[in-house]
Design a binder for this molecule. Structure first.
Ligand code: PHE
Length: 356
């Protein structure tokens, strides 16, 4: 057999073998390997080409055509196998990643606001909407802001009434305490305003935590108050009553009668406790309002001239009203919650049901 014939049959054999393996290969990776094995720089076909040099010159173009034909046949076979395999692999991937949209989803467990926080937010929003600015003060207070400036001097019996938690004070320093009410925020905001060169009108709502050494069905040592006050020229008791009436109807989402009963607070004069028509019996008289048809909800009054004096506001020019309400109490009334302690036991079943 001549060199030419030998090369021809080698090429033929190579083509038959290559086409058979291309048919059998099952994935793109294998196909890529085959492509390099036959057509790559150091592939089978190239090594056959090396034999061409040994041929007599007139035979070389002939074998060149054979080599090209083999190359084309293999490339075409590889290309069409590649597009088939690519389509097959794509289909497999789609199958594997298929999402069953008929399955029900996993519901995310969402947290809820604590009912007290929710109440605070709702109440504060009502006052903010009426035009009151929101202010906050520290929970660790001193005697000046919690008592003295509020017209509760040393030895005043009202200090004993407040069941205060005191911190031990280093010698010669003012004792710190946990604030017993939000009224010290009155002092802080009025003082800040005056010291910054400002002047009334001032209209403020101050929500926050307060502390008293007291614990039973209706008392918790930590609870929440909202302080509301307004100082301006010619502020009267009528303004106080109007704001209270609006707020209570907005919070309880119904028109409720209210009444002001004379009372005593050192920091207001005159002072009044405020009752709303019982939300449980619609003012008719029931077990909860002890048959009276009224429920006490907050303490209020006209800011005492001594309080204005303590923050350098001229009480001949300015007057103001103030009130402080117990957040827990109002939330209990609105939602018919019988025991204050439910708020602090953190039973998630209760919190979830109450939460927003
Ligand atoms: N600070 C009073 C209390 O906690 C409530 C109050 C505030 C009364 C403002 C009058 C005016 O009992």
């Amino acid at each position: 057999m001549s060199e030419l014939e030998a090369l021809k049959s080698e090429l033929q054999g190579l083509q038959v073998k290559a086409l058979a393996s291309i048919k059998e290969v099952e994935n793109l990776l294998g196909l890529g390997i085959l492509r390099v094995y036959y057509l790559g720089k150091k592939g089978k076909l190239t090594s056959v080409l090396k034999g061409v040099g040994k041929l007599p010159p007139q035979d070389r173009p002939v074998i060149g055509q054979y080599v090209n034909a083999t190359k084309t046949a293999l490339s075409e076979a590889l290309d069409s196998a590649e597009s088939l395999l690519a389509a097959k692999e794509k289909q497999q991937r789609i199958e594997a990643e298929r999402i069953d949209t008929s399955l029900s989803g996993r519901t995310a467990k969402r947290g809820v606001l604590h009912p007290i926080q929710q109440g605070l937010n709702e109440m504060t929003a009502i006052f903010a909407q009426m035009g009151f600015d929101i202010a906050e003060g520290p929970e660790v207070e001193d005697e000046f802001h919690n008592f003295d400036a509020l017209n509760i001097p040393q030895e005043h019996p009202a200090r004993a009434m407040h069941d205060t938690f005191f911190f031990e004070a280093p010698k010669g320093q003012q004792a710190k305490l946990l604030r017993t009410h939000t009224s010290p925020v009155q002092i802080r905001t009025m003082k800040n305003c005056i010291e910054a060169g400002g002047e009334p009108p001032l209209a403020v709502v101050a929500p926050g935590r307060v502390y008293r050494c007291d614990y039973d069905v209706t008392h918790s040592p930590m609870f929440h108050q909202i302080e509301v006050f307004k100082v301006d020229k010619d502020v009267s008791l009528a303004h106080l009553k109007g704001v209270l009436q609006y707020f209570l109807s907005a919070y309880f989402e119904k028109d409720l009668p209210i009444r002001l009963r004379p009372h005593y607070f050192p920091f207001t004069e005159p002072s009044a406790e405020v009752d709303v028509g019982c939300v449980f019996c619609n003012h008719k008289g029931c077990r909860i309002c002890k048959g009276s048809g009224w429920i006490e909800v907050l303490g209020s009054g006209m800011i005492h001239p001594n309080v204005l004096k303590s923050v350098a506001i001229d009480s001949d020019i300015y007057s103001g009203f103030a009130f402080g309400l117990g957040v827990e109490r109002l939330v209990m009334l609105k939602h018919g919650i019988p025991d204050l302690r439910l708020f602090f036991e953190n039973d998630v079943r209760f919190l979830r049901r109450m939460g927003a």
